[in-house]
Design a protein around this ligand. Structure first.
Ligand SMILES: C[S@@+](CC[C@H](N)C(=O)[O-])C[C@H]1O[C@@H](n2cnc3c(N)ncnc32)[C@H](O)[C@@H]1O
Length: 305
């Protein structure tokens, strides 16, 4: 990808409008990308120069497509998670609320531009959430649930959901997202726990799910100092997920880790399946707008037989 980047074609923007999707990537370049949340935008770039070039590209894109531009926020993409900061306002109304609600088709999701480094919805998982909405799992286990967007997608299809995340605050936003979608959060389970500790009791109780989402961060530290390293912990975690997944069910494996790619995910999947004596078709859901591929999570579905 060259420095000027790729920008969403007007026909795709119109298609999003028709399906009532108001949050999506509008541009991507070698050093970052731009995302739209209603008429506000977040520019994510590795350097100040990259952010400036992307903001310029955003204005040119908006002029050519007729897209409205409200506020523009910008955030750095540091290598170290500890250096991540909330997006800063580059232009637009500083007094307007930093919270808004976007839609992804029939699904609503709360966004908070001041709530942390991430706004509340990972747009590079849109195609996988669309698969959840299509498949309508009856029982979904969402590990590393964050604001529970995968859970909302399943609950909208009538599924029972269990959302696990270390962060009680993220799960509270998840409950808010359920209410935003007219779903009673009291009828679903939200576990503010380390995934590595939450799964063994489910195995002991012989619980089964039709879909398990495994979309962990690259590294994290739990409340009692225990660490999670995706390269070390994803494979054993998949083993537990496979045990919890009913025949005919599906597991989503996903990672943003720089050092892992599609082949690593396939290797982890094949080894775990062998160890668990399970068979599955490996499947990759295509990106809905391929032109903006790049800077997206590596993902792989295991469709169990
Ligand atoms: C990359 S986000 C997950 C995004 C989510 N799958 C989505 O699509 O919205 C990572 C989340 O994992 C949570 N987390 C990190 N380590 C964890 C652990 N060991 N157990 C449970 N949750 C964890 C964080 O609090 C954060 O909300």
């Amino acid at each position: 990808m060259d420095d000027s980047g790729h920008w969403l074609a007007a026909k795709h923007m119109q298609a999003y409008a028709l399906e009532a999707t108001t949050a999506y990537r509008v541009g991507a370049a070698a050093e970052g990308w731009v995302e739209r949340f209603n008429d506000d935008y977040v520019v994510s770039g590795k350097t100040a120069e990259a952010r400036a070039a992307l903001a310029e590209g955003l204005h040119a894109w908006a002029t050519s497509t007729g897209a409205a531009v409200g506020r523009i926020f910008a955030r750095d993409l540091p290598l170290q998670p500890s250096e991540r900061d909330v997006p800063e306002l580059l232009s637009g109304d500083a007094q307007a609320s930093r919270q808004t609600v976007v839609t992804e088709g029939a699904m609503r999701c709360g966004i908070d531009f001041s709530g942390g480094y991430s706004t509340g919805l990972f747009l590079d998982q849109r195609h996988n959430r669309a698969l959840v909405r299509r498949v309508k799992p009856r029982r979904l286990l969402n590990c590393f649930a964050y604001t529970c967007s995968f859970s909302s997608a399943a609950a909208l299809g009538g599924g029972q959901t269990v959302s696990v995340d270390l962060s009680a605050r993220a799960l509270e936003r998840g409950r808010g997202n359920f209410r935003e979608n007219g779903i009673d959060p009291a009828k679903h389970r939200f576990l503010a726990q380390d995934v590595l500790e939450a799964l063994p009791p489910m195995l002991e109780r012989d619980e089964r799910f039709d879909m398990v989402i495994l979309d962990p961060p690259t590294f994290s530290r739990g409340s009692r100092g225990q660490s999670f390293h995706v390269e070390r912990d994803l494979e054993p975690l998949l083993g537990a997920a496979l045990e919890l997944c009913a025949p005919g069910g599906r597991v989503l494996l996903s990672t943003n880790a720089n050092r892992m790619d599609d082949r690593d995910l396939e290797g982890i999947a094949r080894r775990s399946l062998r160890q668990q004596h399970r068979a599955a078709d490996l499947y990759r859901e295509p990106l809905l707008v391929p032109v903006l591929a790049g800077h997206v999570a590596h993902t792989l579905w295991l469709n169990l037989r």
